[in-house]
Design a binder for this molecule. Sequence first.
Ligand code: ASP
Ligand code: MG
Length: 426
Amino acid sequence: MARIVMKFGGTSMAGTERIRRVANLVRKQAAGGNQVAVVVSAMAGETDRLVNFCREANPLYDPAEYDVVVASGEQVTSGLLALTLQSLGCDARSWLGWQLPVRTVEAHAKARVEAIDAEALTSAMEAGQIAVIPGFQGVSEDGRITTMGRGGSDTSAVAVAAAVKADRCDIYTDVDGVYTTDPRIVAKARKLKAVTYEEMLELASVGAKVLQTRSVGLAMKEGVRVQVLSSFVGDDAIPADELPGTMIVSEEEMNILVEKGEMERQHVTGIAHDKNEAKIILTRVPDKPGAVAHIFDPLAKAAINVDMIIQNVGRDKGETDVTFTVPQADLARAQALLEDKRDDIGFNRLITDSKIAKISVVGVGMKSHAGVASTMFKALADRGINIQAITTSEIKVSVLIDEDETELAVRVLHTAYGLDADDEAA
Ligand code: ASP
Ligand code: MG
């Protein structure tokens, strides 16, 4: 017997028929003698619809009231799933965010889970009742409804799994696992049997949109075993324990899988792409202490995330160019802030470009292997793809290229690292 948290995304919850399929999967999991809690998203498209209502009602909406509106999508699906489970003869009840409660801190619309009081929930699960929990929602210190930012149901599920000390958190999505890269770009992309938390964190944050990044960070911190799998399995499918999804594991667990021959040791595990950044170049910035601080301070204060930064070697006359990237959605704001500080910063021209893409190769294998970056540069150079900026971390190399070359770059790199489906291990 195991204690399992199952999470279903919006596509799985969109309508009575699909909720019935979900209920069948849940019933099967419970019938195997497991204790089960289910975390659900709103029906696909519902949260967008609710966000629009808020905008129409008041473009400068109060985030606390926004939360009241958008949290309702998950309230509907959690009640419907409990009803459907009951119709299948299961003992089930819903637990809203304020009922558990899921205590959150920080701002409305992007609240962070502080703690979940799991006592009542655990007793109910031990008594054989299936707990259905709306994702995305919590309650603030002063008792108001909060939501956790778009995609937040993943984080709810991991937080519930940590709170009830679940053996596993199964996240059912409309993809059936984590792939070496986007299968819509590379037909030979392979589903990974396992990735480490660190790799998933990098892949999630650079554009492999399987899980909310925050949920992966939380799983890593709490040691929650997360499995990503498809919700589009037949009604008579085998229980999740044997479904070939992707497990997200610690590095130690990964090493054991490699030793047992269940995973191949690769230098690069996956390749991600992100077209949602924009580049800003400031020319002829004074090459002196404090100049860069003047640029990034106003951006930081406006909560604009700066990603890649390059400062060129100073040219003569003590001037230099500074290039960096920001999320495309923040480009106009960043531009306005910098223009505003033009005199303090002392730049000459401000050039922007949103037709760029960031391509990242990720893998814990590169910690102990040199040459991963040079393989990347050579493969791109061979195809005439120009690199505009580079950043690296211990397990990631990212380059900035022209957006039009995204698909080509991803394909070329997938082959260069030996990730294509019918290739031998690199
Ligand atoms: N319904 C919310 C959203 O669409 C939360 C989630 O589904 O994870 O962002
Ligand atoms: Mg999602």
